[in-house]
Design a binder for this molecule. Structure first.
Ligand SMILES: Nc1ncnc2c1ncn2[C@@H]1O[C@H](COP(=O)(O)OP(=O)(O)OP(=O)(O)O)[C@@H](O)[C@H]1O
Ligand SMILES: [Mg+2]
Length: 338
């Protein structure tokens, strides 16, 4: 059986052949620091972040699209696939998306993490290719496609043509780094200590990178850094913009850098078609406009932006086991099989 796993820094998504997306859970695991006993994974574990008693941790074991704590990632994936997944998975062939520019060691860590349940084979696909396939684009044609998948840990930017990546760049600060900046801002400005989940809710509710047309506020609740008592403040979208715009600018600069390195023949196609944004952070208010202003190109956010990568991994299953002849001269988007 063929399955696909998109092991994101924020969410883990699983696709099963002939069934579609069957699992979408937070990439979080809650465990006992001393005994390593696991208490929860996924959304249940996410709800525990910042609320666990001493000795228990709720952690995102992936950071910047890279496996930060391999044993925790392996256990998280194992529990998700055995206990949370509604489909019984046996001896699968697995396709998994990886950020561009991973080292061989980092790639192997991903392969090990998804190899649970006796995987027969693991195939890797770079995120921009998977995102483009998920948008329904024929990536094997000699037509340039500019795509940027902006998630929690990475912004993966690539120009694709003839099934391959012509130019790419991976920025390792995206949505979760913005949450951390919001935490720092609220602490500095209001002497209020808040958690990253509160910061993420604030970013989704009022976060923006272009001044909002109607002023909205969001109530952040936390602990007063001086008195130690519970307190809240109402923050505006403009304030949050100040806290997160540096990270957004770095991503936009990376997009410009990729454009500047794109071969002239492909630039013509991109000029006509524009830039496609996928990933959860593409939903950040004003972000597409910011990219459009900086590049003078059309910018389109896919309707199901956060799901494009996993859907693309699902589509890439059609390349498994195909020889070059069967691909009629085309190139498989799948990288090494392990
Ligand atoms: N409407 C929204 N506004 C702002 N940010 C959003 C919105 N929806 C989701 N996000 C952010 O998008 C990020 C999650 O995106 P996504 O699911 O693509 O990440 P991921 O695939 O888990 O991570 P990565 O691919 O970077 O490893 C989170 O930081 C989340 O807060
Ligand atoms: Mg992702």
């Amino acid at each position: 059986m063929n399955i696909a796993i998109d092991l994101g820094s924020d969410r883990t998504r699983v696709f099963v052949e002939n069934k579609g997306k069957v699992l979408d859970e937070a990439s979080v695991i809650t465990y006992d620091v001393d005994t390593h006993e696991i208490f929860a994974v996924g959304d249940e574990a996410y709800a525990m972040i910042g609320k666990t008693p001493v000795g228990i941790r709720a952690a995102h074991p992936l950071d910047g699209g890279v496996i930060a704590q391999s044993d925790l990632v392996e256990q998280m994936v194992d529990i998700m696939l055995t206990e949370l997944c509604p489909v019984r998975i046996v001896n699968p062939k697995i396709i998994t998306a990886i950020p561009c520019e991973l080292t061989e060691v980092e790639k192997l860590a991903v392969v090990n993490a998804v190899s649970c349940l006796g995987a027969k084979r693991v195939y890797l696909i770079e995120t921009p290719k998977a995102a483009a396939l998920g948008c329904g684009i024929d990536i094997s044609s000699p037509h340039g496609v500019f795509i940027a998948d902006i998630g929690s840990g990475t912004a993966d930017i690539g120009v694709l043509s003839l099934g391959g990546i012509s130019v790419s760049k991976c920025v390792k600060r995206a949505g979760s780094a913005m949450d951390e900046e919001i935490v720092k801002y609220i602490r500095k400005k209001y002497n209020l200590v808040i958690g990253t989940n509160m910061a993420e809710s604030c970013k989704k509710a009022v976060g923006c990178v272009v001044a909002p047309s109607e002023p909205k506020t969001f109530r952040v609740k936390g602990r007063d850094a001086v008195s130690g008592l519970p307190r809240y403040v109402d923050v505006t979208g403009n304030e949050i913009m100040g806290a997160i715009e540096e990270i957004a600018k770095d991503i936009v600069n990376a997009i410009r850098d990729v454009l500047e390195r794109t071969p002239p023949e492909l630039i013509g196609d991109i000029y006509t078609d524009g830039i496609i944004l996928t990933g959860g952070l593409a939903g950040l208010q004003g972000f597409p406009r910011m990219v459009g202003l900086a590049t003078k190109l059309k910018v389109r956010v896919h309707k199901y932006a956060p799901d494009c990568v996993i859907m693309g991994c699902g589509r890439a299953m059609s390349y498994i086991g195909k020889s070059e002849r069967e691909l009629s001269g085309g190139v498989s988007p799948l990288l090494t099989a392990y």
